[in-house]
Design a protein around this ligand. Structure first.
Ligand SMILES: [Zn+2]
Length: 129
């Protein structure tokens, strides 16, 4: 299965246009027979925990190639992993009061800025087990 590969394996960048991007790192060949080649990627190069966790950058050489791929195939991806209805996560919403500060510019005795405390409210989202 893809993504479950040994650390010493390589993938070619999956952006079909990777080889058209003009960078020195893609130049291969000699003399008048030079080409821009698809980037070769060492599988697991960002897998710092040394497990078999799949990583998107095992398949794409960088963000640019990833997004070119996503833009080119977004319809196919959406069709393959289609979302026909929204999902919901049960939560509890709590309002919390806490002390915050506002700043009154030049309102001090000597025109200095004064920090004025006030009670603010924040909304906390808590997960439901
Ligand atoms: Zn690429």
């Amino acid at each position: 299965m893809k993504g479950q590969k040994e650390m010493s394996e390589y993938n070619w960048c999956h952006n079909p246009s990777c080889h058209e991007i003009e960078t020195q790192s893609r130049i291969r060949g000699t003399g008048d027979n030079k080409v821009l080649r698809t980037m070769k990627i060492k599988v697991g190069r960002y897998n710092y925990s040394n497990d078999n966790t799949p990583n998107i950058y095992d398949y794409f050489c960088n963000q640019n190639c990833l997004h070119q791929f996503l833009n080119k195939f977004c319809v196919q991806i959406a069709d393959t992993y289609s979302v026909k209805q929204p999902s919901e996560t049960p939560i509890k919403v709590k309002k919390e009061k806490y002390e915050s500060y506002r700043y009154d510019w030049n309102s001090g005795v000597n025109n200095e800025t004064v920090r004025v405390p006030y009670m603010a409210t924040r909304t906390k989202i808590e997960s439901v087990e």
